[in-house]
Design a binder for this molecule. Structure first.
Ligand SMILES: O=C(O)CCC(=O)C(=O)O
Ligand SMILES: [Fe+2]
Length: 335
């Protein structure tokens, strides 16, 4: 089935100013109504250059317990590497439509890769104002360069450079999160498959939208993976649900945004929170973001760490193979 790309719909809207009704959210979701306008706390910002290991552990553990999301400064990924990742992704989405369609993904397995748009409408029959591209970045055995964009020509180089830096940051944060639970620093990574940990890039492309007050980019969700590392472009749009309010994440140039996902919430037996988040869109500008979802291999069984479970703190989640968890989540079945 040929999907209708939001980018194509948006170019028609830009010409006639009309907003297609399937993108108009009901009032309880509309960002124009539900975005909190009062003074809101900012999501935690953690500067890796100033934090010594103990302070870093305390800051990361607290942010992960209270928020499930934080921004990292001085994370060690050079600015030029981020700029290149963003440039090549943007150039891909600016290619003629028929060139992008050569990468159209098939939606069968959970691990699909390629160019896509959400086919099924969500609850209440509404559609998300976003197109995307998915592909693995790591481990090498999982990477299929045949599906990576061939244009621009330096797409591969820019992405390989990014992942080279990112894997070190992922390890560092998993070690920090382990220490924050009072565990040995390698515990979380091992429970997530060790070097088999899978990093999958998604590029989100949110075209300009005539009525950003009525539409949503990505609808409210928690990430099903273990942990997500996200780089946005300059257009704001990420919101998190905190203390019953949808609040905007403030933009900090060159920061990397870290989301705790469902699998770390489960491993930590609920100590760390998988953050509920969504995205809004912009009237004039295309918003883009580059989340990298870090997840265990599908066969790994994930459940509360036995070191964290006892009479005082019974297990809150059932152990489950990650692929079964993903299947239930994607099909909206109970876990
Ligand atoms: O675009 C963003 O900032 C967030 C996207 C997101 O939450 C997702 O793709 O899972
Ligand atoms: Fe997300």
């Amino acid at each position: 089935m040929e999907a209708e790309r939001v980018q194509v719909i948006a170019s028609v809207c830009a010409a006639n100013g009309a907003m297609p009704p399937e993108f108009i959210r009901s009032e309880h979701e509309q960002p124009g109504i539900t975005t909190f306008r009062g003074p809101a706390p900012e999501i935690p910002v953690i500067d890796l250059a100033v934090a010594d290991q103990d302070h870093l552990t305390i800051a990361v553990a607290e942010a992960s317990r209270e928020w499930g999301i934080f921004q990292l400064l001085n994370h060690g990924i050079p600015e030029e590497v981020l700029r290149e990742l963003q440039r090549v992704g943007k150039e891909f989405f600016e290619l003629p439509q028929e060139e992008k369609e050569m990468y159209a993904m098939d939606y069968k397995p959970e691990s699909s890769e390629g160019y896509g748009t959400k086919l099924q409408k969500e609850l209440e029959g509404k559609k998300a104002w976003v197109d995307f591209f998915f592909h693995y970045l790591s481990p090498p055995a999982r990477v299929n360069h045949a599906i990576w964009p061939k244009k621009p020509a330096d797409y591969r180089k820019a992405n390989e450079e990014y992942v080279k830096h990112l894997v070190g940051l992922v390890d560092k944060m998993l070690m920090t999160l382990s220490r924050g639970l009072g565990l040995g620093e390698h515990v979380l990574k091992e429970e997530l498959g060790g070097d088999g940990l899978e990093l999958r890039l998604k590029i989100n492309y949110y075209p300009p939208c005539p009525r950003p007050d009525l539409a949503l980019g990505v609808v409210a969700h928690t990430d099903m993976c273990a942990i997500t590392f996200l780089v946005p472009n300059l257009v704001p749009g990420l919101q998190v649900f905190k203390d019953e309010h949808w609040i905007d994440v403030n933009f900090i140039p060159n920061a990397v945004i870290v989301h705790i996902g469902d699998q770390i919430e489960i491993l930590s037996n609920g100590t760390y929170k998988s953050v509920l988040h969504r995205t809004t869109v912009n009237k004039e500008k295309a918003r883009m973001s580059w989340p990298v979802f870090c997840a265990p291999p599908g066969e790994m069984v994930i459940g509360p760490l036995q070191q964290l479970v006892g009479d005082e703190s019974p297990a809150k989640y059932k152990p489950k193979k990650y692929k079964d968890y993903a299947y239930c989540k994607l099909n909206k079945l109970p876990q």
